[in-house]
Design a protein around this ligand. Sequence first.
Ligand code: ADP
Ligand code: ZN
Ligand code: ZN
Length: 680
Amino acid sequence: MNVLVAAPLPKAFTYQWHSEHMPRFGMRVIVPWGRQHRIGLVQGVAPDQQLAENIKPVHSVLDQGECLSAQWQALIEFAAKYYHHPLGMIALEALPKALRVLNARGEEPVMVAKSREHAMKLLAERTDPDTSVKANKTKIDKLEKPELNAEQLDAVAQLANAKGFNPFLLYGVTGSGKTEVYLHTVEERLKRGEQVLVLLPEINLTPAAQALYKERLAPHRVVVMHSNLAELTRTKAWFEAATGAADVIIATRLGVLTPLPRLGMIVVDEEHDPSYKQQDGMRYHARDLALMLAKQREVPIVLGSATPALESWLKADLGAYKRLCLKNRAVLGASLPKVELINTANFPAKEGLSEPAMQALVQNFEAGKQSIVFLNRRGYAPQMVCNACGWVANCDHCTAHMVWHKNERMLRCHHCGAGQRVPTHCPTCGNQDLTGFGRGTQRIEETLAGLLPTANILRIDADSTRNKGQMEALLQQAHSGEADVLVGTQMIAKGHDFANVALVLALNVDASLYSHAYRAPERLFAQLMQVAGRAGRRAGDARMVVQTRYPQHPLFDALKAHNYESFASHEMQARKDARMPPFSHQATIRADHKKLANCLQFLSTARELGEPLVDADSPVFMCDPVPLTVVRVGGIERAQMLIESESRPALHRFLTQWLAQLHELPGSVRWFLEVDPVDL
Ligand code: ADP
Ligand code: ZN
Ligand code: ZN
């Protein structure tokens, strides 16, 4: 019997089978593992079962694998193959913790059985779609529901009637009513008894979206899944999804790996958002897996964005995705803000703000309107320095500066999380006058408080929203109009429908304009368009002011015109010329070790092993091993090697053969492979 266990090895483990049940894929079992027990998933019968005599028996059978269907198996097998990641790791990590980890007594947690029963009860009570729709109708008519415009109606008609695998790109400016299109579409699909998966980036940032879906789609069963849920809530939601009791599953990236027996459609909102990329373990992209899921299950999928990823835009250009456009803001009288650039060469910034930027803020406040100050850097100052001797506070464990968090009186490393009290004097020369270099959200908040002493200023970033309920409380103040100025990171840009914002000020954008990371301009443009989209949502005459030393940069021409398409065509050409994705395919191999030399040595050996696999006419190319920009994190040095190809099949053929050899390499270097990396 082959059993999948969460172990970093690309194979299943063999056990003897004694149960009276017929073994089949997806049955959860307890197996002996060293001196302990672990939960595993039955994969199938091992071909050499009779031969092996000394193998241990399966300890016990937990369930019959009712929820883990062959369809789910196909998806995780695809993911394992595509990302070259151990199947056992993927399969088990896709499950809520209670289903894959035994409790302290070595038993299955009680919440599993409870959650399963709860879901089975709901499933049994499920009314047929017709009845629930009638009940729904009267309820929904009482709610405020805008009349769709012609573009929205067309989009809904196409999405609601789409059959089979059919990818759509819903390209609509911020505030064009994409959410309404999803809601109407989902409603139509639910009438046919289908289950719908709705993926959102960082769901805990948008409690409003959850509430809206639940309210509008009731009495259909809507469940939410994301990693911040309490374990019991998550386990319950998983069973509701996996048994088919839930009709709509609103989830962050992990939702894509949930079994969905009645799946009829997939929605990926803000499909360009970097949070869809998992950055540890199996480094998958949820949008890409969602497409694969749609293909396997032969269902339509809609990717929505105001600034689609260039990968998706190219697919639409090539006709692989059908493009649906919403060109205008849905609310009458609303318009996108007028974009103005302030050249900091002519108007130098004092405490981060130039004279015209300050004027704009004062004016907007005096007019009784809300302002957003967007700055993608949290903390008080990114560096703490001694002006007497030049000392800079660095992290002991990373090649990085400590960030000064003045409010908490701490220095924090944003790479490894290390923290220490702010020193009272310079450790090198004893100078007591230590200062911050550069500006983060806390420092701008302080500057704004000086500039607008009577204004109510709210800061929204990872620090101010760390505790449960804080985000909701801050958003509540923002929506109610209590807050005059919102200062924050990209968190304030994401999807919020603020009614009264008439000014957006963007600071500190220059680093991304000329960054060595090739996706930096694409990300910056998306962020600026998104934060611009928070202004003028109910009325015209809104402004966006960007402070920069490089006002002539072509990105700003596109921003001023709110023209994603011109940005995309410019950027696409640049990628094409440089043979970068989406015109080539990439993978990286990362090596981690205490000594950088060992990382580089490992990668060189790996490269030598790869050379014979890359024959004369193979289009696969291995680059030189290089240390990462931030080479040391948490005391570990990191290096990587990039592998590129213009042919995806060729790249995968190469990786499969190559990895088989790499797994045999001895040594203490920890390494992993990443397919379609995004942070290069
Ligand atoms: P997006 O997701 O494209 O940014 P939303 O769906 O959040 O846009 O819609 C923005 C605002 O416009 C919301 O307040 C929504 O209620 C409103 N809205 C959407 N469609 C219409 C419509 N057809 N008529 C009037 N208001 C609409
Ligand atoms: Zn000093
Ligand atoms: Zn650190």
